[in-house]
Design a protein around this ligand. Structure first.
Ligand code: A2P
Length: 197
């Protein structure tokens, strides 16, 4: 069987990162891609990539929200000039497997911050990401929520409340068991995230 990462119980995803990156660098060279980046890379995977990359990644897109703030990865990205982009910035509350682990929008510190500022918990989660310097990529199928989610630019979370958010106990919600496989490169989530979990 091909050595790869698991997906949906199968051992299918290719994981030759240097070869994949070299192909992406060619796209960059040709001008077809103005910037190239990665997703779900730990600090270690970024470090390994930087050791072989001719064109460094512009961005690392990872799970990031007040309950999983990516403190270590963010410091590493900042030191290397790599932008951190947040997927699941609301903690993906509609996903059952995620809900079972934790709910960002129901977290008491997020809720009380929202109440104090007259905003919604979703707006607080997004504004927190923006104030941290991330880009945030929320998804919604409801027009009202899409409008709510974009309405985060003409106000800010004051420092005292921001500090409280930074003190939230951390818990990775999107754990990625589905990317592991007993025959694959990543046999456990610890291997997948290089212990950053
Ligand atoms: P819906 O599509 O029904 O609005 P994430 O971007 O973190 O993955 O979260 C996406 C989930 O969050 C979707 O289930 C979406 O549901 C829900 N969602 C998006 N915006 C809001 C909001 N402002 N308030 C509550 N839930 C939201």
């Amino acid at each position: 069987m091909k050595k790869g990462a698991g997906f949906g119980g199968q051992n299918v995803l290719p994981t030759d990162i240097p070869a994949t990156w070299a192909a992406m660098e060619k796209l960059h060279d040709s001008g077809k891609a103005r910037a190239i980046g990665v997703s779900n890379f730990s600090s270690k995977k970024l470090e390994d990539l930087l050791a072989v990359a001719r064109v460094p990644p512009a961005v690392d897109q990872v799970e990031c929200h007040p309950v999983w703030q990516q403190t270590k990865l963010r410091k590493f990205c900042t030191s290397k000039g790599i932008h951190l982009s947040a997927y699941s910035p609301l903690g993906s509350p509609g996903t059952a497997s995620v809900k079972a682990v934790g709910n960002v929008l129901a977290h008491p510190v997020v809720v009380s911050t929202a109440e104090k500022l007259g905003k919604t918990p979703a707006q607080v989660a997004l504004r927190w990401g923006i104030q941290m310097g991330h880009s945030v990529l929320p998804k919604s199928t409801h027009e009202e929520r899409i409008k709510e989610n974009i309405d985060v630019y003409d106000w800010s979370i004051p420092e005292d409340l921001f500090i409280k958010l930074s003190e939230i106990e951390q818990m990775k919600l999107i754990r990625g068991e589905f990317w592991t496989h007993p025959e694959g490169v990543y046999k456990s989530i610890e291997e997948l995230w290089d212990g950053e979990i």
